[in-house]
Structure formats: C-alpha cells, structure tokens
Design a protein around this ligand. Structure first.
Ligand code: MN
Length: 287
C-alpha cells in the first residue's frame, strides 16, 4: 500500500467558545480549509463541579453547512428551533445539517449537571455544496452502540466507524457528499493502515497520546495532520495509548464565503442569511 505523505502539521490555537476553552487547528493562518472540512474545535478535557455548565453555548444560528459533535466524555443537551432535542453522552455523535437555517443551544445535560465530571469532544464543521445548502435541516443523534467497531492488531487498534464505507462496514451517519469519519483508539504499539480513496482529502487529529505515521516522525496530542492526495491511505502507529479522529472526504470545488455561523458561496447569500435570521426564517427557538 502506498502511504500518503504529510502536507501540513497544524497545532491548535487556543480560544474560548462560550465558557469553554477550545483548541482550533483548522482553520489556521496557513490552511483555511481541508475541503469539505471547514473547522475543527477540540473542547476540553475540562472538569466541572456539580451544578456547573462548562459549555454554556446559548441559542445561536447556523446556515449552509453541517455542525457535527463527537462527544468523548461528559453529557450535552442539544435543543433547536426545528423541534429537535437530544442528549449525548460520551461516545455519541450528533450530526446536524443546518441547511437553510437552524437555531440551537448546546448546554451540559441534566445528568451531567447533577454529577459534574469531565467534558471533552470535537466540533467539526462539514461544508455542503451549493445544491444542498438550503435543504431542510436534519438532526442525526447517533448513539455509540449504533456504530460498527473494527478490531485489529490483537485488539490494540479499535476503529469506530461513524460515517462512510470502510472495509465492508458502513457508518450510520448520512452525509450529503462522500465522507469517511472514524474514531481510532490505539493501545501503545498498536498499528494499522487506514485506506482512503485517492480523491478524498484526508486528515488525522490526535486528541491524546503520541503516534507515528508513515514518515516515522512522532506526533503528539493536539496535532492535526493533513495528508497529501498521493497515496492509498496512511499508517498509524501508537507510541502510547492514543485517540485519533480520522476524517476524509470528497472535496467540494466551490467558493466559500463565511460570516460567523453562516457558510455560503457568495457575499449576497451571506447578507440573505443575516436577513432571514433576523426575520425569524430559521425557526423559533424556545427554551
Ligand atoms: Mn452551534
């Protein structure tokens, strides 16, 4: 198998979103997107006392893309202007299509508020091509138990398939363009080769631990590796117990215009999104 080489090694810049500190390795000043992936935020791990909401993301709108949450630990309550409400716990994934517009909040769940604990996750923004930007919003609440698990290398490698086709299995998340999303848990010494279709853009984000890829260099946690489209996939080998989020997808070859929570193709569409939001066309959020 031919390994892809590395295009960029991106370290997360630290910033605050709501009440929580996040690392943002995408976008950066060097790389504005890895199409179709626009943004990656690693929030936490952050500990909270009982009664304390470490997230506190009040109602805010989105249009033109898909905000996806991979929750690693803790509990989140999602509620939106389209009548959806859901509870995520560690291991669950929320794949939301903002489409023509949605207003939602992301707060600590009631159960988490009662016990306190550690919250950690990834928020990913997946772009939509022009023909799907104004689709009706969709909410997919994917429980940990629904995702196929692939074990290899004497169970030292555990791959949990969230989206896409991989080694004959199919991830439960439905996507508008071909995407592969895999959560990889590797024990020290575990290794695998992750096959990726050659025309997909690909990245691996290291949440914890330390890994080597084909090049033999070591990469520490909170690093995003962006691969070139020059091979059939990439090797992953863990120096320590590690958690890696693998993302790959068919690039969307269209102009991207972003303003805050709206991602469209043109400035005119952004102005329209702002007007539609003000006029209540993204639904009504009631808490
Ligand atoms: Mn949001």
């Amino acid at each position: 198998m031919i390994s892809r080489s590395i295009a960029h090694i991106l370290k997360g810049e630290t910033l605050s979103v709501g009440k929580i500190e996040v690392k943002q390795p995408l976008p950066t000043t060097r790389v504005d997107q890895i199409s179709p992936f626009l943004l990656l935020h690693h929030f936490g791990p952050a500990s909270a006392e009982p009664g304390e909401d470490p997230l506190g993301l009040g109602a805010h709108p989105h249009r033109g893309f898909e905000p996806v949450t991979f929750l690693y630990s803790g509990g989140i309550r999602h509620k939106d202007s389209r009548g959806n409400e859901g509870i995520l716990t560690g291991g669950d994934v929320q794949w939301m299509t903002a489409g023509m517009g949605i207003i939602h909040s992301e707060m600590a769940s009631k159960a988490f508020l009662e016990t306190g604990g550690v919250i950690e996750g990834i928020q990913l923004w997946v772009n939509l091509p022009q023909r799907y930007k104004m689709v009706h919003p969709r909410y997919q609440d994917i429980k940990h138990s629904e995702m196929p698990v692939i074990l290899e290398d004497n169970d030292k490698v555990k791959l949990t398939l969230v989206a896409g086709d991989f080694r004959g299995a199919k991830g439960p998340a439905q996507t508008f363009t071909p995407i592969l999303a895999i959560k990889a848990d590797l024990k020290a010494g575990g290794k695998t080769f992750v096959e990726i279709p050659e025309h997909f853009n690909a990245l691996a984000y290291i949440l914890s631990g330390e890994i080597q890829v084909s090049s033999g260099f070591n990469y520490k946690s909170e690093t995003l590796l962006h691969f070139k489209n020059d091979g059939e996939g990439f090797h992953l080998q863990a120096n320590k117990d590690s958690q890696v989020l693998i993302l790959a997808g068919e690039p969307i070859d269209e102009p991207v215009t972003q303003w805050g929570p709206f991602v469209m193709n043109t400035q005119t569409e952004i102005m329209q999104a702002m007007r539609d939001y003000q006029m209540g066309k993204m639904g009504v959020y009631v808490d």
